[in-house]
Design a protein around this ligand. Sequence first.
Ligand code: ZN
Length: 385
Amino acid sequence: MSVWDDLIGQEPLAHTLREAVAAARDRLSGGSGRGMTSAWLVTGPPGSGRSNAARAFAAALQCRDGGCGQCHDCHTALLGTHPNVTLVATDRLSIGVDSVRELVRSAALMPANGRWQVVVVEDADRLTEDSADALLKSLEEPSPRTVWMLCAPTAEDVLVTVRSRCRLLVLRTPSPPAITRMLVDRDGVPEVVAAFAARASQGHIGRARRLAHDEATRNRRREILRIPTSLIELGACMVAAANLHEVAQEEGQGVAATLDAKEVGDLEAIYGASARDGRARGYPGALSTLKKDQSKRRTRVVRDTIDGALIDLLSFYRDVLALQTGARTALVNDEVRADIDSLARRGSADSTLRRMEAVLKCREAIAANAAPLLALESMMLDLRV
Ligand SMILES: [Zn+2]
């Protein structure tokens, strides 16, 4: 077991990082440390394990054995509680300039353990232009012991000023067999379920895990895959849009129910007994900021849930297209092959491509802040059989 074992199907990337860790050790012992890089940009599709890769690297830098996976440094670095590893994961839609200035300050401090000060920014695509500006100097001329790990879906998602100062690391989409093996070996999932989850997740490890472990997730996916053949008349299209929207809203409420009250409680605890009746100075302002953030997070959960459903829909039409064009590839949704087959026989490859475009258009509209329900309705109408 080492920290690299967590990188599922990413052998080339793990190799690069191992070399960088060796160079870092060389530098710590007074060598030139050639090959050590202090600003990295880790990219890869959602669920490919960007944050895991960054954490593994952080752990390997702090570990005396280069990432044994067993010692205190490894454990705490992976969890994000290591004093010299800062994890920045945001639930907000953007990372503000104030938090970046704070990060730059703490990144410049000499690490207490005499090794490295590692900062992992999980959503570097959410840096605003001002935040990026605040970061540039530190990326270009970092303090001798500072390592930045920025993560984003693709290099293009990050402002060019930032990405041009980083060494790029690209994660591949993990293959279904690699994910199946992980689910079986590590999580003890039965082979059949693991293979299904790996196939249905299309290389998204988090989704594969949820599908393998959570029946509600499997049921929801089954419902989504029923949509394409149900869209026969206008009414059905409107119902499908409303249902999908409602499920996403419920998901958002669910997250809110588990997190919101706890966060308000934590805030009250910070401000003490006088917080509740509004006498504590600064409390009303802090509470209002928190409420705004919570509302943004709800919005994001709703959008993410809808996006996950749209990806499932796309995979369905991709399967339809595969049958129509006679492509010799395995179906992502083999369990609904009959539906896929019936839709394939009823339409042409052109009509399927048009439907895939409608789904993509809907994803883009929602990402660009369109009202989700309206975007969904318009898409369902375009998907009508
Ligand atoms: Zn270790």
